[in-house]
Structure formats: C-alpha cells, structure tokens
Design a protein around this ligand. Structure first.
Ligand SMILES: Nc1ncnc2c1ncn2[C@@H]1O[C@H](COP(=O)(O)OP(=O)(O)OP(=O)(O)O)[C@@H](O)[C@H]1O
Length: 515
C-alpha cells in the first residue's frame, strides 16, 4: 500500500469527530491492505511501530527530518518504511547513531511533507491513539464482514490488534478460532471506581470482596515446565522474577493462566512500600546477594485457563473455586458477600494490613479481557488518580535548576471542555517529588517539550503520574470547573508499570467527586 494512502486516511480521521465516519475510513483502508503489510500499517497508524521501541527519540528524528528536503511527489510504500525501520532496529554498537541518522535522512527525503509529518509523529509515539484502537477494531469487523464481538474478543485474547488484523485479512474464518493461548499474554481485565463499598455492591450485586494489594500486576502462564510472566502492559519479565517462576512450577497443574499481583513483603508479612516492589521488579536481581531479603511474593485473584480448558467465560465463582484448588496458599484474601457491613469490615482489615483498599467483583461475572467494566469495582479510601503531565515549571530556591512544579491534566475523551481526546488542566503540584523524581523529570521532560517560555515548559501529553488528593473543589480558573485539593505525587506510571495517556483518569471522574 502507498504510504500516502495511509497518511491521507490518518488526516481524514483527525478531521472528523464522527465515530461512524472514522469506522468507514478505517474499513476502507483495511480493504486495500494486504495481510503481509498489516502489522506495519497498524503500527504506523497507531504510532506503535511493529519493531517496538528502537531508540527513535524526538531529537534524533527531528534532526534527520530537518536535514531532508521533502519530496514533491509520493513514492514510498508502507513496506518501504517498514524495511527501513527493520534496518534501524538491527543497528547497534559504535557508529550506530550515525548510521541511524543516515537511514532516516534517506527515508525522509523520499517522503512528501505530509508523509514526513506523519512519520515523525509515528516514530516518536506522539499520537493520541487511545480511542483509535477501538475504532480500528470496529473498522476491521466491517472490512472483513465479521461480527464485532468476534473481532474484539480475538484482539483481547491474542493481546494483539495488529496480529488480529493480519489474521483477519488473510482469512476471516480464522478469527473466531483465535482464543487464549497459554504462554501468550491476554489483555488484563480492568476495574471501574466507586466511592465506597456500599456503592460498589449496588453495581455488582453479590460479590467477591478482596484486598486490593498495591503491587504490580502479573499474568503467569505455565505449560508443562515452560513458564512466562507478563506485566500489565504485557511485557515479558520472566527472566527477572525467578521466585515467581518457582511458585508457578510448584502448582499441581499441567497448564494454567493466572492473574494476580506481586509485591514485596517484610519479614512479618506486611507489604513494603510500592517503590520497593517496583525497584525489585524492574531490575535483574537473580543471583544477587540481597535477593533473599527482597523476594517478590505473588498473590493470585483469578484463573483464566486450567489444564486444557479456558475458564474466562465461566462465572467468577467457579474460577475462584478452581484457584482455591490449585493455589490456596497464594490466593488474595477475600470473601463472598452481599452485605455492605461485611464488605466494610473486609475493607478495614485490608487497610489495617497495609493494603490500598478493596476490589468488589460480581460473583457471576465472566472475565472481560481488556475491558474496564462494572463487574470489577475498586474502592480506595485515599483518592488516587492517574493524570497526565501537561507542563512543568522551573524550580526556585532549593529547587533551583530542577524542573519542578507539574501541570496536571485529566482526560477529556468526548471533548466536553476542549478538543476531543484532549486533556484539561486540573491543578499543579510539586509535593511528593523526591530528589530522585526531580532528577528523572529534569532529564526526561525536555525531550517532550513543545513550547518553553523560560518559566515553564509545555509538554506533549504523554507522561502519566499517579496523584493522591484529598478531594476536589469547584474552580473558575480551570476550564473543567474543578481543581485538585492537596495534590501530591505518588509515582510515575512509566516503565514496567506504564500506563498510556489514553487510559488516564477522566475529567468526568474528578467532577464526580464534587457531588
Ligand atoms: N484483588 C485484586 N483483584 C484485581 N486487581 C487487583 C487486586 N489487588 C490489586 N489489584 C490491582 O489493581 C488493579 C485494578 O485496578 P485497575 O483495573 O483500575 O488498574 P489500574 O488502572 O492500574 O489502577 P490502580 O492504579 O488503581 O491499580 C489491577 O490492575 C491490579 O494491578
């Protein structure tokens, strides 16, 4: 497919707000796409390259682009671009920066100005595509004439939209057969939020009320003696967590997919602070001396597959029974109840044990891979929100020389307070920023800068930060009508704990706190 065709579609998508029109545009594009180009094209469209992260930062790409005169006429195909990206991905060692630049300059000089624009944004990940994935799934169903539910399910269970596009374009009849595959990660089921356990139970009905541990999500797959462990964003961390592999191998099963949380425990069994878990999670500590003291304890709350049988369409009640049979020692604590008083007691016990709150899960619900729905509801007494950094002010006094005070934005998916899919500022904070975090943001944020007035740097809305607040108040200063009260930084959602900006909390969820 000509790159120009893809770029024109991307421009047309940006120019319309109608979901139907977007679906039609994407269906049209997919009809013209061959299966062999599918993964490359999806990567270029969503700004998530098939080659993964290959060291193409804003500076590198921007410099190469400036050095290349745009072509007058389009000539590049999607496969041409993909081949150059493959070459770049294969570069390494000394002199690779120069070689990478050469490849990019040649590529950019073969691209028209519009194509250059698109490539820069696709390579640097500067695309707001949270919403586009859903529309692309709809468009695929239309293009190949399959029920939307079948296509959605295939995407979630295979953990790969691009892979599903390829399979559907090659042979639509194979899509219904795409299911769970042990050792291949599945998009995890996600939770909605309620203010208290009573409100949560009203949504779920009879529920399993479980401790909500403040660790890191893990998905554990085992087939015979093969084990794979993935993070929330489906990254493979098997080699970094030998102690979890050991637990998986100790279970009395032939094959299994488990969903759970891992965290570091103190000698007395109480959870260590989240930062400790992440620092252990993020490094290769195998063989290190202090490993014993820093062991990660896996705790499971769901089982998706057991010994040849998929369980995702079975009610939670049955899945929990299966979990109790195979891993009683590793189950997250919880009880099944309809009674708010019981749920409240569990919540207090969870907090007393140092956990974050509770999860309230409909006992008859199935496992909705990749969906944030009503069947899982989280209740956290301290309000924490995942917000997007829109800008940062230069520090003064003790923080002279650092990028310090953060401008925080909530997502505005419908464009109620600004452009659709944009972000609305809701407050600022520099509280909770440790020296380590100040150093990290001072090093990292300039790469994301869009505008700098000397006092503050405005940034592309890409970094998600978890913020604790005491509440919100009405505001006439901020466009969304709410301002955060006593906001402080808990952690950045980057690396293994990464959350894309398209999944940040919404302005609507903050406004709901006003009531
Ligand atoms: N018992 C439990 N059941 C399900 N998830 C749990 C449980 N205990 C801890 N968790 C964690 O809570 C998360 C559920 O909340 P959600 O789906 O909203 O994820 P999130 O967006 O990462 O939110 P948060 O930042 O609140 O963890 C899971 O991703 C998991 O990491």
């Amino acid at each position: 497919m000509p790159l120009a065709r893809l770029v024109e579609t991307a421009e047309a998508l940006a120019a319309t707000r109608s979901r139907t029109a977007k679906t039609e545009l994407l269906a049209g594009l997919l009809r013209d796409l061959g299966p062999d180009e599918a993964e490359a094209a999806v990567g270029l469209l969503l700004g998530r390259l098939r080659q993964g992260s290959i060291g193409l930062g804003y500076r590198t790409v921007g410099a190469a682009r400036t050095a290349a005169e745009p072509a007058a006429e389009p000539s590049l195909s999607v496969s041409d671009v993909d081949a150059v990206l493959d070459t770049i991905a294969g570069l390494g060692g000394s002199g690779s920066a120069g070689a990478r630049n050469d490849e990019l300059v040649v590529l950019f000089s073969r691209a028209t100005a519009a194509e250059q624009d698109h490539l820069v944004r696709a390579m640097t990940g500067e695309m707001r595509t949270g919403a586009l994935e859903g529309v692309l799934t709809d468009g695929l169903a239309r293009a190949v004439g399959l029920p939307l539910a079948d296509v959605r399910r295939a995407v979630m269970l295979s953990g790969s939209l691009a892979g599903t596009v390829r399979a559907a374009l090659a042979d639509p009849s194979t899509v219904a057969g795409i299911g769970l595959a042990v050792l291949t990660p599945v998009q995890p089921m996600l939770a909605s939020t309620a203010a208290d356990v009573g409100a949560a139970l009203e949504v779920t009905g009879e529920a399993s009320v479980e401790h909500k541990l403040d660790g890191a999500r893990i998905q554990v797959h085992r087939s015979g003696s093969d084990v794979r462990i993935h993070t929330r964003s489906l990254a493979d961390i098997t080699s970094r967590v030998p102690e979890i592999v050991e637990v998986a191998l100790s279970l009395p099963v032939e094959s299994v997919i488990l969903d759970g949380e891992t965290l570091m425990l103190d000698d007395d069994g109480s959870p260590r602070p989240f930062q400790d878990t992440m620092s252990r999670f993020g490094t290769d500590e195998s063989g290190a001396e202090q490993e014993q003291a820093r062991v990660l304890a896996p705790r499971f709350f769901d089982v998706l597959h057991l010994d040849g049988e998929d369980l995702i369409d079975r009610p939670l009640r049955e899945r929990l029974e299966a979990l109790e049979r195979i891993a009683p020692a590793y189950r997250i604590e919880g009880e099944v109840t309809t009674d708010p008083a019981v749920a409240d007691r569990i919540s207090r016990e969870a907090l007393a044990a140092g956990h974050e709150g509770v999860m309230v899960k409909g006992i008859d619900s199935t496992y909705a891979a990749g969906r944030r729905g009503k069947h899982w509801v989280k209740v956290k007494p301290v309000h924490t929100y995942d917000l997007v950094v829109l800008g940062v002010e230069r520090g003064s006094g003790r923080r002279q020389g650092w990028l310090s005070n953060l401008h925080l934005g909530a997502r505005d998916p419908e464009g109620e307070f600004g452009p659709e899919g944009g972000f609305v500022m809701v407050g600022k904070t520099f509280k909770g920023l440790t020296d380590e975090l100040l150093r990290w943001q001072t090093e990292t944020f300039p790469e994301l800068g869009t505008d700098d007035n000397g006092w503050a740097l405005m940034m592309r809305p890409e970094v998600v930060v978890e913020i604790a607040i005491d509440g919100v108040q009405r505001s006439s200063r901020y466009p969304g009508g709410v301002a955060l009260r006593f906001a402080r930084v808990k952690r950045y959602r980057v690396g293994d704990d990464a959350k894309p900006a398209g999944e940040a909390d919404t302005i609507q969820s903050l406004r709901a706190l006003l009531r």
